[in-house]
Design a protein around this ligand. Structure first.
Ligand code: NAD
Length: 301
């Protein structure tokens, strides 16, 4: 019998890409979205949104592989999977360009107050540009980066031409030829734009909390395209409300989809996009094909 991969939940219209790639490797793909098929009959699952913990694994004893559509695996209980001999597969290498481009877009939109200026125009307030302060010249500004992995480095490459200086913190990187490394406190204090490019773990949850925000300049902006829980949302919204921070531009929230009561939706100087940093017409099929291929190969390997 052919091994079976079940697609549990995705926002894509069909499972055609997954099926085409897996079939070439002798693996069948079941569309198990909305309970359309029984994932208990599958040898592995592909999942985009759902949290997968020990209970789900125990309810599906055949699973040998859990494939997560994306880079982050913070929605999967890795320890529970490892202790049950289940391999967890992600796709770390499908959207560096897109995410870094989005981080750069958010950084520039936040500093240049693009959404706020758009609202002024629509409100008939053409000459009210002083409402948009502070708006510094970036050639005098410092870009601060936390996390010097694939996306952090690509973001630096894109944004460096705009900034006077770049300073970065990553406790797992000792030296870097082209970026000045500094302790976290220094990066927080020096950054005019601070951008986060690290995974969400128990160590990094709320790395930007009220104390970290107090170290930052009141004219600074925070950009987050990584994971919402890297930032204490309540503290960030409070800093924006108090004028202790100039702007925040985020693609990710602590609760997704956005809770209408999320204070960032009403905080001054906040820009929120809907977890789209990864997306382009090219990256979506790339993600689906790579995940399906890697999981299918593990099942037949
Ligand atoms: P990566 O593994 O290449 O790099 C992460 C870096 O973070 C590493 O260099 C690591 O040393 C560093 N790091 C780990 N702990 C740290 C800490 N405590 N302080 C500072 N740095 C620390 O990962 P990547 O591919 O660059 O992805 C970065 C983030 O982007 C992840 O959180 C991922 O989930 C997120 N992401 C978001 C989207 C989106 O659509 N919004 C898409 C892809 C990835």
């Amino acid at each position: 019998m052919k091994p079976v991969l079940a697609v549990l939940d995705t926002a894509y219209g069909d499972v055609d890409v997954e099926r085409r790639v897996a079939v070439d490797r002798g693996v069948e793909v079941l569309d198990a979205r909305d309970g359309a098929a029984d994932a208990r009959e599958a040898d592995g699952v592909l999942v985009q949104f759902a949290d997968i913990g020990a209970a789900e694994m125990d309810a599906h004893p055949r699973w040998r592989v859990i494939g997560r559509y994306g880079v982050g695996v913070d929605t999967i209980d890795i320890a529970a999977a490892t202790s049950r001999g289940i391999r967890v597969v992600n796709v770390p290498d499908y959207c560096e360009e897109e995410v870094a481009t989005h981080a750069a877009a958010l950084a520039l939109a936040s500093v240049r107050r693009v959404p706020q200026a758009d609202r002024l125009v629509r409100a008939g307030r053409w000459t009210h540009w002083r409402d948009l302060t502070p708006m510094p010249a970036l050639s005098q500004a410092t870009l601060g980066v936390i996390g010097l992995g694939r996306i952090g480095r690509e973001t630096i490459r894109l944004l460096r031409p705009f900034f006077g200086d770049v300073v970065a913190y990553d406790p797992y990187v000792d030296t870097s030829d082209d970026v000045t490394l500094a302790p976290l406190e220094t990066v927080l204090a020096r950054a005019d734009v601070l951008t986060l490019h690290l995974p969400l773990t128990s160590e990094t949850r709320h790395v930007i909390d009220a104390a970290a925000l107090r170290r930052m300049k009141p004219t600074a902006h925070v950009v987050n395209v990584s994971r919402g829980a890297l930032i204490d949302t309540a503290a960030l919204a409070a800093a924006l409300e108090a004028g202790a921070l100039a702007g925040a531009a985020v693609d990710v929230l602590e609760t997704e989809p956005a809770d209408p009561a999320d204070p960032l939706l009403t905080a001054p100087g906040a820009i929120v996009t809907n977890h789209i940093a990864w997306y382009s017409e090219q990256s979506e099929p790339r993600l689906r094909a790579l995940l399906s291929e890697r999981c299918a190969s593990l099942l037949v390997g």
